[in-house]
Design a binder for this molecule. Sequence first.
Ligand SMILES: Nc1ncnc2c1ncn2[C@@H]1O[C@H](COP(=O)(O)OP(=O)(O)OP(=O)(O)O)[C@@H](O)[C@H]1O
Ligand SMILES: O=C(O)C1=C[C@@H](O)[C@@H](O)[C@H](O)C1
Ligand SMILES: [Mg+2]
Length: 199
Amino acid sequence: MRRHPPAPPAALLKPVVIIGPMAAGKSFLGMWMADLFGYTFIDADQVIVSRHGSIQEIFIEQGEERFRELERQTICDLLGEHRLPPHDVHANAAGADSGALILSVGGGAPMNPAVAHALAQTVVVYLQTDLDTVLPRISGSFTRPMLRPDPRRRWSELYEQRRPTFERLADITLDVPGRPIHDIAIELNNRLLHWEENA
Ligand SMILES: Nc1ncnc2c1ncn2[C@@H]1O[C@H](COP(=O)(O)OP(=O)(O)OP(=O)(O)O)[C@@H](O)[C@H]1O
Ligand SMILES: O=C(O)C1=C[C@@H](O)[C@@H](O)[C@H](O)C1
Ligand SMILES: [Mg+2]
C-alpha cells in the first residue's frame, strides 16, 4: 500500500497574521517565532518603510489617508505574493528563510475593509493586552504619529475603537500581559500546530 506523508497542519498552509494594538508585541513575537521555530517573518510596517520612507514622514508629508492606502497596498501585495527580496525577511537563527509565513501588521491596518477581507484568507492571531503593560513602551514615543499628543489617552481611545474588529477577525487570541515573550511564542506555535479550520 502506498503511504502518504502526514498532512501539514492546516494553519501552516495559510499565512499567519498578527494583529493587535500598538506596542502589544506583534513585531517582537514575529521575530521570536522566526528565531525559535524557523517561520519566515515579515513586518508590514518595515516593508512600508523600506518601500516608501519613514511612517512619521509619510504622515507629516502626505497624511494619514495616504499612509492607510500604502498600508493596504503593502499588506495585500504581501499576502498575494509571499515573495520578497531578502532584506525584507527576518531570517531565522539558522539563517534560513523558509517556513510558513508570519506577517505582523500595524495596529490600524485591520480597520481597512480591504485588509480585513484579505485577512479572512489567513490565520489571524490577536494579541490582547492592556494599558499598564504597554505604557512603559509608548510613553515618550515620538515615532508613532497616531499616539500624539497624549500617548496614554490616544492608545486607550484607539484600542476601544479597534477592539471589536480585532475580536471579530481573530482565529487565535493570546493574552499577553505579564508573560515572557518565549512563553507566548511557544503557546502560539502549539496552537498553530493544532489549529484546525472551522474548529
Ligand atoms: N512579552 C513581552 N515581554 C517583554 N517585552 C515585550 C514583550 N512584548 C513586547 N515587548 C517589548 O515591547 C516593545 C514593543 O513591541 P513591538 O514593537 O513588537 O510592538 P508592536 O505590537 O509591533 O507595535 P506597533 O503597533 O508599533 O508595530 C518590544 O520592542 C519589546 O521591547
Ligand atoms: O495603530 C496605528 O494606527 C499605527 C500603528 C503602527 O504600527 C504604524 O502602522 C502606524 O504608526 C499606525
Ligand atoms: Mg510592530
